[in-house]
Design a protein around this ligand. Structure first.
Ligand SMILES: [Fe+2]
Ligand SMILES: [Fe+2]
Length: 367
């Protein structure tokens, strides 16, 4: 591969400028390597040489180059083989292949892997110079394009993050406002105080135990905190009635589910939590309300809320009865599996309550 057509040999001088483009000349043939390097130096480039693919990769890893002029056929790694590795090490590197054979398939292969130009030997040095100048120009355009794309990606990522934070903030704010309403309502009733917060906490722990995705667990927690917001539509005399309710009063109390869903409906960002709230009085056997959904047709969050709600009610003091122990509550709810409760959810409740009993959970339970 020595058939280079050289020109201007007599006028070669070394005139490397401070801002000269750095070129790595890779060729296994000493003569070609030296001639090319010498010529390119006379044209003002800062040139280094490598005699093999491995040496080229080593040079690229140790120093920054603008362009690599690379022979195709070399012992060891071929020119085509080092292209992807060179670009991986130095993404902004411009590459021009130089081969003794006019091998169309090699040229196509090389061009498709990020090579800017493909030249065949013998080559006029002026043609080589023009090709290198063109490649350097193309390389700087591509580098600029990549820089702009990167800047756009970063900008989009940062705007998206800001929007997400804003969305989360709005969500917290709107949920917090409804929660404040629930807490204010519950605070008036010593038997209800803290009920919704406890249901939210317990329901989220069950959801987590059941392996639900973290975002679903959070929606279950929110749904638990807000599940009885519809009580605001229940007449006070009925809500706080110490004794059993008349059939009319029972029907009236049931309305709290639809009222709650209507209050929460505008909060589109917690859509799934609103579905869970709407399902918190459905029963596994289809005897619940408001829709009489059966089994798996009830949202998983609705099924979890039903169990957490029932458990918290049992262990809470009521005007007409004393609280039961957690073991007693679990025993009673075990009897409701298949009718009131989903067996899988009950298993989660049982495991979570047992685990919490051994931890500092009981201080969060109502007296
Ligand atoms: Fe309820
Ligand atoms: Fe409740």
């Amino acid at each position: 591969m020595t058939s280079l057509a050289l020109e201007n040999n007599a006028s070669m001088t070394s005139s490397t400028g401070a801002n000269a483009a750095r070129i790595l000349v890779v060729d296994d043939e000493d003569t070609i390597r030296l001639v090319l390097a010498k010529y390119l130096r006379t044209r003002g480039f800062d040139v280094a040489t490598a005699e093999s693919g491995d040496a080229a990769l080593e040079a690229l890893s140790g120093s920054r180059f603008d362009l690599m002029l690379c022979d195709v056929r070399m012992p060891g790694l071929s020119g085509v083989e080092i292209v992807p590795r060179a670009l991986e090490a130095s993404p902004d590197l411009g590459i021009v292949m130089l081969s003794a054979v006019n091998d169309a398939s090699t040229a196509t292969e090389a061009m498709s892997t990020g090579v800017l130009d493909y030249l065949t030997k013998p080559i006029e040095l002026q043609v080589l110079h023009d090709a290198i100048t063109r490649a350097l120009h193309k390389r700087s355009l591509l580098a600029e394009q990549r820089r702009v794309e990167r800047a756009i990606r970063e900008e989009v990522a940062s705007r998206t993050k800001e929007l997400e934070l804003e969305k989360a903030h709005l969500r917290d704010l709107s949920v917090g406002m409804v929660e404040a309403l629930v807490n204010a309502m519950e605070a008036k009733d010593p038997f209800q105080r803290g009920h919704s917060a406890r249901v939210g906490d317990l329901a989220a722990t069950i959801a987590d135990y059941m392996g639900l995705a973290p975002d679903v667990v959070e929606e279950v927690r929110i749904a638990g905190r807000l599940h009885d917001v519809g009580n605001i539509g229940v007449r006070e005399g009925v809500l706080n009635k110490p004794g059993p309710l008349t059939p009319e009063e029972t029907e009236h109390v049931k309305e709290h589910v639809d009222v709650g869903r209507a209050i929460l409906a505008p909060l589109h960002h917690i859509e799934r939590a609103v579905i869970f709230v709407g399902d918190h009085h459905e029963r596994w056997d289809g005897q619940g309300y408001p829709h009489g959904l059966v089994g798996d047709n009830i949202s998983v969050g609705g099924r979890i809320l039903a169990a957490a709600d029932a458990f918290d009610s049992l262990i809470s003091r009521r005007a007409y009865r004393e609280p039961v122990t957690t073991d007693e509550a679990l025993e009673r709810l075990r009897g409701a599996v298949g009718t009131h409760l989903d067996a899988r959810v009950f298993e989660g409740l049982r495991a979570v309550v047992k685990r919490r009993k051994t931890m500092v959970f009981l201080d969060k339970m109502p007296a």
